[in-house]
Ligand binder design. Sequence first.
Ligand SMILES: NC(=O)c1ccc[n+]([C@@H]2O[C@H](COP(=O)([O-])OP(=O)(O)OC[C@H]3O[C@@H](n4cnc5c(N)ncnc54)[C@H](OP(=O)(O)O)[C@@H]3O)[C@@H](O)[C@H]2O)c1
Length: 226
Amino acid sequence: MFVNPLTALCMVDVMRKEGHKAIVHTVAASNLGQMLIKLCQKENISLVNIVRSQSQHELLKEMGAKWVCNSASPHFLQDLTNAIEATGATLVFDPIGGGDLLTQIMAVMEKSLVQFEPYSRYGSATRKQAYIYGVLDRSPTTIRLNFGLAFGISGWLLTHYMQTLSTTERLQMQARVLADLKTVFACHYTRVVSLAEALHLDEIAIYCQRATGGKYLINPSSGLSA
Ligand SMILES: NC(=O)c1ccc[n+]([C@@H]2O[C@H](COP(=O)([O-])OP(=O)(O)OC[C@H]3O[C@@H](n4cnc5c(N)ncnc54)[C@H](OP(=O)(O)O)[C@@H]3O)[C@@H](O)[C@H]2O)c1
């Protein structure tokens, strides 16, 4: 009810406040990614989803996602180019952190933008913004500066962003989560465990994998005698 739903709402808030037309989201088959897809569908927002396997691609297509690009596909860069050109996305949220996917996305955005702007040796004048909001890959983040000089790459945390919102905005978002808890923000759990079970090593080994569709629900009342 808290972190992932509010993060999806805040991503859309960032997009609107910064004046972007669409969002690119990496790790789009995650729990948060699936919420963002449903939220963007409901709000008619263009969302470019990046996944890393064919099964994730199929999952999101079944959900009705329009733009899904599989980074493991040989057509990835072409698919991403088509999606970014069609949506005009200049904003990316990335929880991977490490590697060079971010650079690839920013370069595709730049190529798409320069086609419609007067030539400048400094690249497009339109700002591209990337927010790294997770560290799923702990290897170094590789940035090749092949996307002009109008860009920002920043860290992003829900707690910090919530502190920039007014009380009214925060209350509106919380009310929105409650209203859509069983639809947009509905969550599937692979297993319900008690507090004691959550400490079993074999359970920890499963839920620490951070795999798609692998959420556990901890029920503190479970396993307690009456
Ligand atoms: N900064 C913030 O305020 C904030 C707020 C909310 C969430 N988050 C972050 O957002 C991320 C998603 O959260 P969630 O609860 O939605 O996760 P989740 O449902 O547990 O899903 C984790 C996803 O990460 C993918 N993944 C794992 N390692 C990866 C890697 N090295 N490269 C690419 N993909 C990888 C998994 O794909 P496979 O099945 O292919 O492994 C899976 O789809 C987490 O990193 C979380 O910490 C941050």
